[in-house]
Design a protein around this ligand. Structure first.
Ligand SMILES: NC(=O)c1ccc[n+]([C@@H]2O[C@H](COP(=O)([O-])OP(=O)(O)OC[C@H]3O[C@@H](n4cnc5c(N)ncnc54)[C@H](O)[C@@H]3O)[C@@H](O)[C@H]2O)c1
Length: 313
């Protein structure tokens, strides 16, 4: 599919990045995976080391990078609240300086460039589900702002580089995604519940558990990335990529308990600041422009993810 194409994946040793590197390398691309290992691990891509088309490089995207590539997927950025709030200034720098550096590289090499944006750009949404035209309800000074506003600013930069320098851009707004190689301690709900269930610890529910999330299995998401990158240049996005099936936290906890046959009980804790109550993608654009929609059902994806966590715990 990609004979001779050189593709850079920043954040390539992370959860989504490692699956993307694997997919691109399997499809025949020359993959350059760049990561500073803040939340990613070499182990996530160790199975690709034997592939002569795969190369791994330690680099922080807040510094310029000089390489020759045809396509760039910019995924570098901690994605879970525990990690992005650990050093919020660095999180904003990674989103904003990282975007500037990668856009500069795309400008010099005339590479097509993809940005991993997020549903967090919608903040705590007051319309539901969220279409791409919704401008969001973000608190610019709250503890999540380093991530939300950093990603919003990165989107601004992508569209300004397109308008000003005619860059070929693609922006995906990613909704909650789960699967093997998620960080076991990153506080994200799917990994939390699975780790707690497998160790028969109480399952932590924030608030009353009625808040909903949509969960996309990683293979479905990566298919969306590849389709968006391959779409005609006028399809810049932003395009929502996620699974519109909604589940409450209580429903998710019950499914995880059933699939792991765990004896865990539920434990309720107060809702963290600015935690959105509902989040669900409107994927009309992805369906219409990319012919994409998720295929993997929640039970099936959870089963594969549980098998991964059983292997590492
Ligand atoms: N997983 C999701 O549900 C989700 C949802 C929305 C958006 N996203 C976005 O997708 C991207 C990947 O997320 P993920 O879930 O794989 O998270 P992750 O934390 O597993 O991956 C992020 C990767 O970026 C690397 N990184 C962080 N700062 C860096 C820097 N300054 N220079 C180089 N590398 C750096 C980390 O070491 C890690 O390997 C992120 O940009 C995230 O914002 C993910």
């Amino acid at each position: 599919m990609y004979p001779g194409k050189r593709i850079l994946v920043t954040g390539g040793a992370g959860f989504l990045g490692s699956h993307l590197c694997e997919r691109l390398a399997n499809d025949g691309a020359e993959v350059l995976c760049v990561d500073n290992y803040f939340t990613g691990r070499r182990q996530n891509v160790a199975h690709l080391f034997a592939n002569p088309r795969f190369e791994l490089m330690r680099h922080d995207v807040t510094f310029p990078l000089y390489v020759e590539v045809d396509e760039i997927y910019n995924l570098a950025c901690p994605a879970s609240p525990i990690h992005y709030q650990y050093d919020p200034v660095q999180t904003t720098k990674t989103s904003v300086h990282g975007a500037i550096n990668m856009l500069g590289l795309a400008k010099r090499t005339r590479a097509k460039i993809f940005q991993a944006s997020t549903s967090e750009v919608y903040g705590d949404p007051d319309i539901h589900p969220q279409p791409e035209s919704y401008r969001g309800n973000v608190n610019p000074i709250g503890p999540r702002a380093c991530y939300d506003e950093g990603k919003r600013c990165a989107e601004t930069l992508f569209f300004d580089y397109k308008r000003q320098h005619n860059l070929r851009i693609r922006v995906a707004r990613i909704f909650n995604t789960y699967g093997p190689r998620m960080h076991p301690n990153d506080g994200r709900v799917v990994s939390n519940f699975i780790v707690q269930a497998l160790s028969n610890q109480p399952i932590t529910i924030y608030g009353n558990g009625q808040q909903t999330r949509s969960f996309c299995y990683v293979d479905d998401l990566i298919e969306g990335f590849v389709r968006l990158m391959a779409a005609p240049d006028e399809v810049t996005g932003p395009v929502n990529l996620g699974n519109p099936g909604e589940f409450t936290m209580l429903e998710l906890a019950e499914k995880v308990i059933a699939l792991t046959k765990s004896s865990s009980k539920l434990e309720f804790k107060p809702l963290p600041t600015d935690d959105p109550l509902q989040r669900c993608p409107d994927i009309t654009q992805a369906k219409g422009k990319l012919g994409w929609e998720p295929k993997v059902a929640l039970e099936e994806g959870l089963g594969r993810t549980i098998a991964y966590f059983r292997g590492i715990l």
